[in-house]
Design a protein around this ligand. Structure first.
Ligand code: IPE
Ligand code: IPE
Ligand code: MG
Length: 240
C-alpha cells in the first residue's frame, strides 16, 4: 500500500445529488454523508494519516434554503452529542475551524466542549471546517495582525490563520465531480496535490481513499524546483 500523506483535506461534496437520485430529501444525503465521514476517519487512523481536515459548511452555504441550513445545524448538534465519546476513545483530537459568529450559543458551547474533551487525542487531528471560508481566514488573520501592530508577512499571516496548528495539506480531495475549491483552504492549498473524485460523498469509501492516496504517491512534488534537483539534491543550484 502507498505511504499515506501526512495531511489530507476533503471537500465532502455531492450529498444533495446522492439524495436526489434516490428521490429522498437533501437532508437524507447529509445524514448519509455523516456515515461516510465516520468511516473515513477510521480509515485515516488505520492508514497512519496524522491530520484530516474536512469541509462541512462553507461561509456561502448560508445562501441555501432555510430548512436545509437549519437541518445542517441540527445534524451538527446531534453529532456533537453522539460522536464525541467514541472519537475521544479512538484518539481523535477535534478542532472546529471557522467563524463562530452566526452560530447559535448552544452549538458554540458544544464545539468548545468537544474540543476540550478530545484535546489529549494523539492518533489523528481532525479539523472540521464549519462556517469556514478561505477568504474569511485570510481576512481574520490580517485583522488580528493589524490590531496588534504586527507587520504582515507570509510567516506572520500563516501563524495567525485558523489552521496554524497543523502543517499545510499534502493532498486535497474533492468528491462530487466538481473541479473547484469553493473557498476551501485558499492560502494553505498553495502546494497541495489535488484529486477530484466522481464519487458523491455518501458513496466515498476506503477503496476510493486508497485510489486518491495512490495517485498522490505517483506525483512528483517539485515546490518550484526541477526534477533533476529533486533526484540529485547535491546539485541543487547548478543548472543542467
Ligand atoms: C456537500 O454536499 C455538503 C454541504 C455543502 C453542506 P452538497 O449539499 O453540496 O451536495 P450537492 O453538491 O448539492 O450534490
Ligand atoms: C463546498 O461545496 C462546501 C462544502 C462541501 C461544505 P458546495 O456544494 O457548497 O460548493 P459549490 O457551491 O458547488 O461551489
Ligand atoms: Mg455541492
Amino acid at each position: 500500500m502507498s505511504q499515506a500523506p501526512h495531511h489530507i483535506a476533503i471537500v465532502m461534496d455531492g450529498n444533495g445529488r446522492w439524495a436526489n437520485k434516490r428521490l429522498m430529501p437533501r437532508l437524507a444525503g447529509h445524514r448519509q454523508g455523516m456515515e461516510s465521514l465516520r468511516q473515513c476517519i477510521r480509515a485515516c487512523v488505520q492508514r497512519g494519516v496524522a491530520v484530516l481536515t474536512v469541509f462541512a459548511f462553507s461561509s456561502e452555504n448560508w445562501r441555501r434554503p432555510a430548512d436545509e441550513v437549519s437541518g445542517l445545524m441540527d445534524l451538527l448538534a446531534t453529532a456533537l452529542g453522539k460522536e464525541v465519546a467514541q472519537l475521544r476513545k479512538d484518539g481523535v483530537q477535534l478542532h472546529f475551524v471557522g467563524e463562530r459568529t452566526g452560530l447559535s450559543e448552544k452549538i458554540c458551547a458544544g464545539l468548545a466542549q468537544a474540543e476540550s474533551a478530545t484535546a489529549q487525542g494523539n492518533r489523528l487531528v481532525l479539523n472540521i471546517c464549519f462556517n469556514y471560508g478561505g477568504r474569511w481566514d485570510v481576512a481574520q488573520a490580517a485583522t488580528k495582525l493589524c490590531a496588534s501592530g504586527q507587520a504582515i508577512t507570509e510567516a506572520s499571516l500563516a501563524s495567525s490563520m485558523a489552521m496554524a496548528h497543523v502543517p499545510d495539506p499534502d493532498l486535497i480531495i474533492r468528491t462530487g465531480g466538481e473541479m473547484r475549491l469553493s473557498n476551501f483552504l485558499l492560502w494553505q492549498a498553495a502546494y497541495a496535490e489535488l484529486y477530484f473524485s466522481e464519487r458523491l460523498w455518501p458513496d466515498f469509501d476506503d477503496a476510493e481513499l486508497d485510489r486518491a492516496i495512490a495517485a498522490f504517491s505517483g506525483r512528483e512534488r517539485r515546490f518550484g524546483q526541477t526534477s533533476s534537483q529533486l533526484l540529485h539534491p547535491k546539485d541543487a543550484g547548478k543548472s543542467s
